[in-house]
Design a protein around this ligand. Structure first.
Ligand SMILES: [Zn+2]
Ligand SMILES: [Zn+2]
Length: 369
C-alpha cells in the first residue's frame, strides 16, 4: 500500500514528506494505522548523527493506533487498539530468559540495522529500500511492526497519550520507579526538563517523593517542571560542583535519586554529586558515543553512592504501559500536560525547530492529515 511518511534521506538532511510503499506484514508482524506520533529527542539524535542511523529512514517511535492487517502467526486481531513499544523481545535469548526483556539480545542488533526482527524492511520508495527506525517508523500514516511491539490498550485510552507512553513517559517514569526504586518520602532531583525529564518528575510525585527538584539551564523549562509537579527549581550554575551544591543546599545532605536526562557528561557528574549516602545517580540521557563521565571516586565506597544506567525505564512495556495509562485515568499522572504543540505531518521540520528553540514539552505530529 501507499502511505505518506516523513523520510530522512541522509544524516544531517531535513526530512521530506513523500508517498512511500509499505509492504504487507510478514510472519508475526502487524500493520497499524496511526493517528499521532510524538517527536522525541532520539529522533533529533538520528538526524544530526549523534546516534548512527541507516538512511534513508522513516523516523518516529512514539505511536499508537488500530491494527489493520495481521501477518501469519500473529497473536493479534484486526481492529485491536495498541500502543507501540520500540523494545520488542524474543523471549528466548540470554537477556530475555533472565528477565531483562527490554535489553533483548536479538532485538538490539536488529534495530541497529534498520530492519524489523528478521533484518529486512517493509518500506521502499521507487524500488529503493527505506530503513525502519526503532522497529516502528511512526512519522507515517501507518506502519508494519513486530507483533511483540504491540501493547493492547483500552478503548477509552486516548491515542495521543498512548503514543507518548510509548517512549518519553515509560523512559522517565520507569527510571524513577524501576531503576531508581524511589519510595514515599524520598528526595529526588531531575536534571533536564524535556519530555522525559518532565515524565520523571510526574513519576516521582506519583511515587510519593517528598521533594522533587528540577534542574535545567532554561527558566522556561523550570516553569514547565513546576507546572508538572516539581517542588523546587534550580538553574544550572555553570558547572557540576556549583549546581550539585545548589541542589544539596535545598535538602541538606543530598537526594536519594538524581536522574540525568540530557546526555551531557558534566550533568551526569552533577547528578552523582547531588546524591546523599546510598543515593543513586540514574543516567538515562543518550550521550555521544565517545563521551566519558568523571566523578570523584572516594565517595563511591565511602558514601555507598551508586551510578545506575537505565534504558526504557528498565521496563517491560506490556506491564508498564497499562499501569501508566491507569494512573493517567485516575488523574495521578497528568500526562496531557506533556503535550504542547500539534502539527500536521507536512510541518515535521518545524517540530525539530521547536525542539532547538527549547520547547520542552512534546510536539505531536498529526499523521492523518
Ligand atoms: Zn524516544
Ligand atoms: Zn531476547
Amino acid at each position: 500500500m501507499k502511505i505518506r511518511a516523513a523520510v530522512l534521506p541522509a544524516t544531517g538532511s531535513p526530512l521530506e514528506v513523500l508517498e512511500v510503499d509499505l509492504a504487507d506484514p510478514k510472519e508475526r508482524e502487524v500493520l497499524v494505522r496511526l493517528d499521532w506520533s510524538g517527536v522525541c529527542h532520539s529522533d533529533q539524535n538520528a538526524i544530526d548523527g549523534t546516534s548512527e542511523t541507516p538512511c534513508p529512514a522513516i523516523l518516529g517511535h512514539e505511536g499508537a493506533g488500530v491494527i489493520e492487517a495481521v501477518g501469519p502467526g500473529s497473536r493479534l486481531q484486526i481492529g485491536q487498539r495498541v500502543a507501540l513499544s520500540w523494545a520488542p523481545s524474543c523471549n528466548e535469548c540470554e537477556e530475555c530468559t533472565r528477565g531483562l526483556r527490554h535489553l533483548c539480545g536479538a532485538a538490539w542488533p536488529a534495530m541497529g540495522k534498520g530492519g524489523l526482527m528478521d533484518g529486512t524492511s517493509r518500506l521502499s520508495h521507487d524500488g529503493e529500500t527505506i530503513f525502519h527506525n526503532s522497529f516502528l517508523s511512526t512519522f507515517a500514516e501507518a506502519c508494519v511492526v513486530p507483533d511483540a511491539s504491540c501493547v493492547l490498550i483500552r478503548d477509552d485510552d486516548p491515542l495521543d497519550i498512548a503514543s507518548i507512553v510509548g517512549c518519553a513517559v515509560t523512559t522517565g517514569v520507569g527510571a524513577v520507579w524501576n531503576t531508581g526504586q524511589v519510595r514515599p518520602g524520598d528526595r529526588v532531583a531531575i536534571f533536564g526538563c524535556g519530555g522525559v525529564g518532565l515524565s520523571a518528575i510526574m513519576g516521582a510525585r506519583a511515587a510519593g517523593a517528598e521533594c522533587v527538584i528540577a534542574v535545567d539551564l532554561s527558566q522556561e523549562k523550570l516553569d514547565d517542571a513546576i507546572d508538572c509537579g516539581a517542588t523546587h527549581a534550580v538553574q544550572w550554575q555553570g558547572d557540576a560542583e556549583s549546581t550539585a551544591d545548589a541542589v544539596r543546599a535545598l535538602v541538606g545532605t543530598g537526594v536519594d535519586c538524581a536522574v540525568e536526562a540530557t546526555g551531557r557528561p558534566e550533568v551526569a557528574t552533577a547528578c552523582y554529586l547531588s546524591t546523599r549516602v546510598r543515593g543513586a545517580a540514574v543516567l538515562i540521557g543518550i550521550p555521544r558515543a565517545d563521551a566519558i563521565v568523571s566523578f570523584p571516586a572516594l565517595a563511591l565506597p565511602r558514601m555507598e553512592r551508586r551510578i545506575l544506567g537505565s534504558i526504557y525505564g528498565s521496563s517491560y512495556p506490556p506491564e508498564m504501559f497499562p499501569q501508566l495509562l491507569e494512573l493517567h485515568r485516575q488523574g495521578r499522572l497528568p500526562l496531557e500536560k506533556l503535550i504542547s504543540h500539534r502539527l500536521p505531518l507536512d510541518r515535521v521540520n518545524e517540530a525539530f525547530e521547536l525542539m532547538h528553540q527549547g520547547a520542552s514539552r512534546r510536539v505531536m505530529l498529526d499523521v492523518r492529515s
